[in-house]
Structure formats: C-alpha cells, structure tokens
Design a binder for this molecule. Structure first.
Ligand SMILES: NC(=O)c1ccc[n+]([C@@H]2O[C@H](COP(=O)([O-])OP(=O)(O)OC[C@H]3O[C@@H](n4cnc5c(N)ncnc54)[C@H](OP(=O)(O)O)[C@@H]3O)[C@@H](O)[C@H]2O)c1
Length: 329
C-alpha cells in the first residue's frame, strides 16, 4: 500500500510546519510553487518538499489537499483547485494511480480548507467542491471539509512534536487511511455542518488576537506618555498572566499583522452573523482590523518575517515603533 500524498498550498510559516510533520511520518508532501515569492521557494527547499509544475498535477497526485494561505487568498485558492480537479482529463489521470486504501476505485480528492475565514466563506467554497446529492455522480466534484488551525506551527524537539489542533467540520465519508492522518495532524471532526469549524476557530482567535490588539493600543499609548514601565510593573503585580499574554502577543504579532487584518474582519462578521450581534462584531473587530492594517502598512514592523526578526522583538521597541507610526499625531 502506498503512503498517502498530501498537497499543501502554500508553504508559508504554517504550511512548512505541517509539511515537516507529515514528512517525518513518511507521508509524501507535494506543492506547486508557481507564482510564489523567494521566501516560499526557500521554505520549500529547506524542507525538501516535492514541487509539481501545475495545479492539475497536484490534484492528480494528491489524496488530500490542505489549503493553508492568508485568509484573503482562501477563495481564489479553492477556485484554483476546484478548476484543476474539474478538468476533463483529471479523473482518468487519477484513476491511473492506485487507491491509498487499496480499494478498486481511487477515492475522490479531499480538500481541507484550513484558513481563518468566516462560515459564509467556508460555505461558498464548499459549493465549489461539494458532494453530489443525487445518485447520479457529478464529475469534477471532490470532498470538502471546513477547518481551522488553532495554535502555532508544528515544531519538533528530539523527535517529539508539539502540534496545533486542527478542527474540521463537514459530512463527508472519510476513508480508512484518514484515521492515521487525523492522528498525525491532531485533527478532530467537531460537527457535520460546514462553517462550524470556522466559527470555532474564529471564536478562539477573537480572544487571543483580540487581546493582542488591545495590548497594542494600551502599550503604545503608555509609551507615548512615558508610562510604559509603570504599566508593565502594575500588570506584573496585579495580573501577571495578562502581562505574559499581552507582552508575548505584541512581540510575536508583527510578521502576522498583514493577515490578521482580514482575520479580524472575518471575526466581526462571524459574531454578527453566527452570534446575532447585528453590527457590534464588525464595529469592534473592524477597529482591531484597522490596528493590524496600521502595523502592517504604516510601520516598519510590517516588514518583519517569522524566520528573520529584526524589530519589535521587545515590548519597548514594538511600543516605540507603533507610537511613532505615520498616522499618529
Ligand atoms: N502561522 C501561524 O501561527 C498560524 C496559526 C494558526 C493558523 N494559521 C493559518 O495558516 C494560514 C497561513 O498562515 P501562515 O502563517 O502560513 O502565513 P504566511 O507565513 O504568511 O504564509 C502564507 C503562504 O501563502 C502563500 N500565498 C500568498 N498568496 C497566495 C495565493 N494567492 N495563492 C496561494 N498561496 C499564496 C504565501 O506565498 P508568498 O510567499 O508567495 O506570499 C506563503 O507561502 C492562515 O489562514 C492562518 O489562519 C497560521
């Protein structure tokens, strides 16, 4: 029996960790590098990930495709993969490869949408892929699972992996080999309803990244008034756990601010639509989105990369840079 082939689009910070984790468990990991930046190409090379030339090759070779891209690119990525899968020759090319569970007919591709998007977008993407509802097979459709990743990229120390949680939702039939993959990637099916996993992810991120947004406002204001040491000392004395969360959040957020802008807007929409907050969600999290947009576009912190940190690695430096941002008066 051959090992399952996992396509990952794309090899960013999270995709790289997932690829390394899968490869360490003897999965074949493939990607498409066309159009990607030198940073992504360098990550692909660093992990020895197999690069395929086209999206069609990817959907022919892969048993599962994991979409791990900035939220703003999630729908375009889903369309790309759906179109490649629907090409008339894809089905026959796929049939030339044996099924991973040794069944007579190869299972359809599984597309796992793992990005931080609201349930509405998850449903829109599911419509591009979803299962046929009648007995007549609709060619060109593959299995779709909604999902979200909670926690940082997988890392290993002496072969012991620290993994994020991957929550999934959807009502698809899962093949026998999925059980092992789910265990390797720490995946859990939380609901048969598309959108549920996305809502869970957004509800979690609202708290962690929301606190970081509040910390940015608080620390930069205290810095402008030359009160940051006093604020940090009071936090340490009266709420040390908040102090740790706030400082770690501010130190770590710079390379991610560009994609958290969209995530904050998605959280606002989630609270209004799924939570019935009727505009309050977008009001609050639209403000947080603007904070992250400011960091990414109006300060040098927007140039930071996870693999090469220069500025904003201490609270003092981050607060100094944010307090003197372009839009500050
Ligand atoms: N990193 C984390 O700690 C973390 C934690 C939980 C969840 N996640 C989730 O993981 C996803 C990706 O985050 P990340 O940290 O890996 O981001 P990242 O480090 O910024 O990487 C994003 C990757 O997507 C690629 N990309 C950009 N535009 C694309 C497009 N139009 N089509 C295909 N690929 C494209 C980028 O390529 P270029 O280099 O060419 O731009 C890069 O390889 C997000 O949805 C996020 O919610 C991340």
């Amino acid at each position: 029996m051959r090992p399952a082939t996992i396509g990952i689009v794309s090899i960013g910070d999270m995709g790289l960790g997932m690829a390394r984790l899968l490869k360490s468990h003897n999965y074949r990991v493939v990607t498409v590098a066309e159009g990607r930046s030198e940073h992504t190409i360098a990550r692909i090379r660093s992990a020895g990930i197999e690069t395929l030339s086209t999206d069609q090759e990817l959907v022919v070779q892969a048993d599962y495709v994991l979409s791990i891209v900035p939220p703003r690119n999630a729908v375009a990525t889903a369309k790309r993969i759906a179109e490649a899968y629907a090409l008339p020759s894809t089905a026959s090319f796929r049939d030339d490869i044996e099924d991973v569970d040794s069944r007579p007919k190869r299972s359809k591709l599984y597309y796992l949408e793992l990005n931080a998007v609201p349930a509405r977008l998850a449903s829109e993407m599911a419509a591009l892929f979803d299962e046929p509802t009648t007995a007549t097979e609709t060619p060109g459709r593959c299995h779709f699972l909604d999902g979200g990743i909670i926690g940082g990229p997988p890392t290993s120390t002496q072969d012991v992996w620290k993994k994020p949680s991957v929550v999934l939702s959807g009502a698809v039939d899962l093949p026998p080999a999925f059980k092992t993959l789910a265990s390797v990637l720490n995946m859990k099916l939380v609901s048969p309803r598309i959108g549920a996993a996305s809502t869970l992810k957004m509800s979690f991120a609202a708290l962690t990244k929301g606190l970081t947004a509040l910390s940015i406002l608080s620390f930069s204001t205290a810095h402008k008034e030359s009160l940051l040491p006093e604020l940090l000392a009071l936090l340490e004395e009266y709420s040390p756990r908040t102090a740790a969360l706030a400082t770690n959040g501010v130190i770590g957020m710079s390379p991610k601010a560009y994609r958290w802008e969209d995530e904050m807007r998605g959280i606002g929409e989630t609270f209004d639509t799924e939570g019935g907050w009727d505009g309050v969600g977008v009001g609050v999290y639209g403000g947080f989105a603007e904070i992250y947009r400011t960091i990414a576009e109006d300060t040098i912190l927007g140039e930071e990369r996870v693999e090469h940190r220069v500025r904003g690695t201490t609270v003092d430096d981050a607060a100094l840079i944010i307090a003197s941002r372009k839009s500050s008066h």
